[in-house]
Design a protein around this ligand. Structure first.
Ligand code: ADP
Ligand code: MG
Ligand code: MG
Length: 367
């Protein structure tokens, strides 16, 4: 029988719609003569349901929202360690027939998707899956942990300070002093997040406290970074294959947004034309080699697997600073990661195929 792929998408995060569109792209690109597809959608209110492959593709035309679930429909998925998924109602009164699954592809970004939680569930169930494992996912999602791990491996990260909501409430002025000693502008971020959600650039000290409050609405800990100005924003895609790691040429993001950075609008409403993506970027050979080396070392430092996008800032004199590694980068056909691979000769359907092949060949259990 053909290997069966569980495409897991949707979710309770602010990136629900993006995830539905991604699932539609992936299922459309999947070679259905080689793989069976089992769609597993997670509704915004956290219910799980099976979605037929063609209905996943159709999500591209219904505004990227899962349709509402009929009354009485079983909406929880049990994933068996025996390589099958089974749909059940929450009270387990109604059980549908189990469906075989050989590999899971979770197209979920941010917390409860890219942060090791669903990866932990797959591990417990003995299910192979695309991408990084529990620890690498969790470390990469957390901007403070990530910087600590990268710095410990000798990778260049920018100056920053971090504190919890409780520490902020205890002594806000001590926290503000620590932030201001970085110099303005700063970037205030929830420790764990993505798509620029909850991030502010602060140029005026009077706006700092509000930016901290905003970040702390998204996570109980925030990271404040020195704002790097006059830097280029360059990103590389990394893929793990049978012969080790492959890295794309770098791509560049140039933003002219009102916020002064690559914000949520610029990422998802690019028709606003406030953002220019150069794929590939114009990069001299010395810098190209430095970026490639940084991408590989960053991937290895966090222990990533399968795929990642490594994002850097490059100063005028060619110094590379790692901004972040994303273990489940944006993955619609028009997202940066598939675009850099297309520019490096790996088209979207081949990219999807390679990720699945790699995941299917990974040994189960401790690796
Ligand atoms: P996310 O994980 O949500 O993508 P990032 O840390 O990548 O968050 O920040 C989003 C964007 O904000 C970056 O792509 C960049 O444009 C800008 N940015 C973030 N941190 C800095 C910084 N320290 N200096 C300059 N620009 C920054
Ligand atoms: Mg990110
Ligand atoms: Mg980013």
């Amino acid at each position: 029988r053909r290997p069966s792929v569980a495409v897991v998408f949707g979710g309770a995060s602010s990136e629900h719609g993006v995830s539905c569109l991604t699932a539609a792209s992936v299922v459309r690109a999947l070679d259905r003569s080689r793989y069976d597809v089992v769609g597993i959608g997670i509704t915004p209110d956290g219910r799980w349901l099976r979605v037929e492959a063609d209905d996943v593709v159709a999500l591209a035309t219904v505004d990227g929202q899962l349709p509402s679930v009929p009354e009485g429909h079983p909406t929880a998925v049990l994933l068996h360690g025996t390589g099958a998924v089974q749909l059940a109602s929450r009270d387990l009164d109604t059980l549908l027939d189990p469906v075989p699954v050989d590999v899971a592809f979770a197209l979920l970004h941010g917390p409860f998707g890219e942060d090791g939680t669903i990866q932990g569930m797959f591990e417990m169930l003995g299910l192979r899956y695309v991408g990084s494992g529990v620890a690498a996912s969790a470390v990469s999602m957390d901007k403070q942990l990530m910087k600590q791990v990268l710095a410990a491996s000798g990778l260049p990260v920018g100056p920053y300070t971090a504190f919890t909501a409780a520490e902020w409430r205890d002594d806000p002025s001590a926290r503000l002093d620590a932030v201001l000693s970085l110099g303005l502008p700063v970037f205030v971020k929830p420790a764990r997040g993505g798509s620029s959600i909850g991030i502010s650039r602060v140029d005026d000290p009077d706006h700092l406290a509000a930016a901290v409050e905003t970040a702390l609405r998204h996570d109980a800990r925030c990271v404040v970074e020195k704002g790097l100005v006059d830097v280029r924003e360059l990103e590389c895609g990394v893929l793990e294959g049978p012969d080790g790691l492959e890295v794309t040429a770098a791509a560049e993001i140039r933003t002219r947004t009102a916020s002064g950075f690559y914000d949520f609008q610029a990422k998802y409403l690019p028709e606003a034309e406030q953002v220019e993506l150069l794929v590939p970027a114009e990069v001299d050979p010395v810098l190209a080699e430095r970026l490639r080396d940084t991408a590989v070392r960053t991937f290895r430092a966090v222990g990533a697997e399968g795929l990642a996008r490594v994002d850097t800032f490059v100063t005028a004199d060619g110094q590379v600073v790692v901004n972040e590694i994303n273990t489940m980068p944006g993955f619609t056909e028009h997202s940066m990661f598939p675009m850099v691979w297309a520019a490096s000769g790996v088209a979207y359907p081949e990219l999807v195929g390679r990720l699945l092949e790699h995941a299917l060949q990974r040994p189960l259990g401790l690796r």
